[in-house]
Design a protein around this ligand. Structure first.
Ligand SMILES: [Fe+2]
Length: 481
């Protein structure tokens, strides 16, 4: 018998765990999937095998489930498999949860003390011929890109010293190099951060370490053609608190925000630190270098958005007041000031994506999601509570936006951009639509340039897909090597 899950925000309603591994051949499609779309869209879904050992937990602790939409000549097949981490295997064997609080090994069952806690549940990436399931508190796990069978933990042939690897790596599409980092690189709550580069074949060619001003939840970073940018926002960890069985993360607005910028192919010794008021940031849409200036575009929030972190920090925030603007921070490396300039570039929102051709360079088009109260009341979906209900297309330079609102009773998951081979075509966006009343999901495909016109194809999924964190598109020719 398996214990029931709590009926909390993280495990109730549309967020109820699914635990379904499946194959569905030829999903039913309303409309038409263009034949030029060939490839695999991998997504990571936190989906716990067992109810939390300590009664409640966060969505973010869920075991990694990798979801695969495979597009071929107008058809779409679906596959979903657990990442069989050491944690997953230990709990499977015990037929119950053995791991305690989020990122606190001191709260685990004694039978798993010192064993890997990784759930590999945040982002699947394909690089150097390998599919890796990543989560920032550990190294990645490698999966077979066709069968999704787990191959094992990936440490770059034993070369990676960092104990952690971000789920937000940065690809240079011209060189094929993968830039990444790992915070808490030497262990829990440490200030050590690794900075790593893998060549196009997936060989680790450099790893350097540096220290941040304080241990921070460094969820993402950004890289331009010339610089690497490491923002340090004040969601902080403390080893003493963790050892005492407390929460890993606390929002601490007494601390400043720091942003470290270094030449991306230089040394961490050349890191220059900028400093400003406390800000919450999670995902950087893009960044680029223009002369002596470095531009960084993202959603700047006022506090950490996760309810379990707010609760641990003893803060109570009206969700409507949490979101900040979409902003550009510009750092002028020719000036001695430790501050940056901030410009509003769009309405609040999250889960940004851009076309791969625009990575790291001056660009104009970004896509992200927002919650529009005029499109319907908030619905619980995903790890921060209310799900997004509107997809936005932002022209960064003019601020012009177009949008697609979901129908009433629906929320939208992170979109992915799929390039078109047709000249002048902006490509496509695919995203999962959560249909709360039917307790089922659909996958919609829109033309990116005309997203306000709605889907050109609605792909029906005969089950409810729990809300994924991130995904990536891999063209068929790249998968074939
Ligand atoms: Fe993320």
């Amino acid at each position: 018998m398996s214990k029931p899950f709590p009926n909390s925000m993280d495990f109730g309603g549309y967020n109820a765990p699914s635990r379904v591994e499946c194959d569905v051949y030829d999903l039913v499609i309303e409309g038409e999937v263009p034949e030029e779309i060939n490839g695999s869209w991998f997504r990571s879904i936190p989906d716990p095998q067992y109810a939390p050992m300590l009664g409640d937990d966060t969505y973010l602790s869920g075991d990694g489930m990798v979801s695969l939409f495979r597009f071929e000549n107008g058809h779409v097949d679906y596959r979903m498999r657990y990442v069989q981490t050491e944690r997953w295997k230990n709990e499977r064997k015990a037929r119950r949860s053995l791991y305690g609080l989020y990122r606190n090994p001191y709260t685990d069952d004694p039978s798993v003390r010192g064993k890997s806690r990784s759930v590999a549940n945040t982002t699947p990436i394909f690089h150097g011929g390998r599919l890796l399931a990543l989560k920032e508190d550990a190294r990645g796990w490698e999966l077979d890109p066709v069968t999704l069978a787990t191959r094992g933990e990936w440490d770059y042939h034993g070369k990676l010293r960092s104990q952690t690897m971000t789920a937000h790596t940065r690809l240079d599409p011209q060189t094929g190099e993968l830039y990444f980092f790992g915070y808490e690189a030497s262990g829990l709550a440490s200030r050590d951060v690794s900075y790593c580069v893998a060549d196009r074949n997936g060989n680790l060619k450099r790893e350097e370490w540096f220290q941040v001003p304080y241990c921070s939840l460094m969820h993402d970073f950004s890289v331009t053609k010339e610089h690497a940018i490491f923002p340090v926002f004040p969601s902080t960890a403390d080893l003493g608190r963790i050892k005492a069985g407390g929460p890993h993360w606390i929002w601490d607005p007494t601390k400043d925000t720091y942003v470290g910028i270094m030449p991306r192919d230089g040394s961490v010794k050349d890191m220059r630190w900028f400093r400003g008021p406390p800000t919450s940031g999670f995902h950087f849409m893009n960044s680029y270098t223009e002369g002596s200036k470095v531009h960084l575009d993202f959603s700047a929030g006022k506090v950490n958005p996760f309810p379990f972190i707010q609760q641990a920090s003893n803060i109570h925030v009206n969700p409507a007041e949490m979101g900040g603007d979409y902003v550009r921070w510009t750092f002028d490396l020719s000036k001695p000031s430790e501050r940056w300039e901030e410009y509003k570039i769009g309405p609040s929102g999250e889960m940004p994506r851009i076309a791969e051709k625009d990575f790291m360079v001056d660009y104009d088009i970004g896509y992200y999601e927002t919650y529009d109260p005029t499109a319907g009341p908030p619905l619980i979906a995903g790890p921060v509570g209310a799900g997004f209900n509107t997809l936005l297309r932002l022209e960064v330079k003019s601020g012009r936006t177009t949008k697609l609102a979901m129908p009433p009773g629906a929320t939208v998951q992170e979109e992915v951009h799929i390039a078109s081979k047709k000249p002048g075509h902006e490509g496509y966006l695919a995203f999962v639509v959560d249909q709360h009343e039917r307790n089922l999901s659909e996958m919609w495909l829109v033309e990116a340039q005309h997203l306000e016109k709605g889907p050109i194809a609605r792909v029906q999924i005969p089950l409810r897909l729990r809300v994924a964190v991130h995904g990536n598109w891999v063209p068929a020719e790249q998968l074939a090597g």
